[in-house]
Design a protein around this ligand. Structure first.
Ligand code: G3P
Ligand code: CA
Length: 269
């Protein structure tokens, strides 16, 4: 066995020791390919067109963002307002599902996508969960009390918490939301999203706190170096890196042996 392979395997031992679920992701050296908001570089993000394009480009997982409407329905959209990605104006939480679905979610990107709608989470799961893995981001949960229970219900009623079939992984920047979701559905793996360091670096204390509920630590590409990824691995976590937009970054991340790469251009992977 090559020394690098031995070291890489060694980093992953704590996962099993902690009793966290292992799967094909931790056993392959090739990072899994994750389409960011579908294939957001080629299609209007978080639309069916974008998710279908990502699948056509060969991704293993679809990354997507979930928020909640005024009438308590879950929708797939990134911003807390509809202003940037539709022809409407206003906060997601001030629309009903019926109202938000009258908006055009495609033309802002290109007139050829004029028929695209803001997908409901249920419709998204019905269309894609049997085809591919899902990396679900709980977006702005502080704005939507009860969103964790609603997401859990949608997943449970489709049996998406079970180990057979495609995997669902839940991530967020909001650690309270993640802890809550973990209590609701312990069998679904959790990822902590990091945008920047809170102090000098990522501390052992922070990583120890994450380990009570998360299996992944997913930093922004601007935070990443070999030391950080080694530390994340030493603490028994897997790591998906976001958002990658060029080949140089892909090459670098392969050297660091990250488990997944999230990209707007999934064909780069
Ligand atoms: O998957 C991580 C990434 O999506 C987090 O940032 O702003 O693109 O949702 P954002
Ligand atoms: Ca996201």
């Amino acid at each position: 066995m090559k020394v690098t392979t031995a070291i890489w395997r060694w980093f992953h031992i704590p996962l099993a020791r902690k009793g966290l679920k292992t799967n094909s992701i931790s056993e392959t050296r090739s990072p899994i390919r994750i389409g960011h908001r579908g294939a957001a570089g080629y299609c209007p993000e978080n639309t069916f067109a974008s998710f279908h394009k990502a699948i056509e480009l060969g991704v293993d997982f679809l990354e997507m963002d979930v928020q909640m409407t005024k009438d308590g329905e879950l929708v797939v959209i990134h911003d807390s307002t509809v202003n940037r990605t539709t022809n409407g104006k206003g906060k997601v939480k001030d629309f009903t599902l019926r109202e938000i679905q009258t908006l055009d979610a495609g033309s802002w990107f290109d007139p050829q996508f004029g028929g695209e709608k803001v997908p409901s989470f249920g419709d998204f799961l019905d269309e894609f969960s049997s085809k591919i893995g899902i990396l679900l981001e709980i977006k702005n949960p502080i704005l939507y009390p009860g969103i964790e229970e609603k997401i859990a219900n949608e997943l449970l009623k489709r049996g998406l918490n079970r180990s057979e079939g495609n995997q669902v992984i839940v991530q967020s920047f909001d650690q309270n939301s993640l802890k809550k979701f973990h209590q609701l559905v312990p069998s679904i793996q959790i990822g902590v999203l990091l945008k920047r360091f809170s102090g000098k670096g990522l501390s052992n204390r922070e990583l120890d706190l994450f380990s009570s509920y998360a299996a992944y630590v997913n930093p922004k590409i601007t935070m990443v170096n070999r030391r950080l990824i080694s530390k994340i691995h030493r603490h028994g976590f897997k790591s998906f890196i976001w958002t990658v937009r060029n080949r140089k970054e892909v090459q670098l991340l392969r050297h660091f042996h990250v488990e997944g790469i999230i990209s707007d251009f999934p064909d780069l992977l």
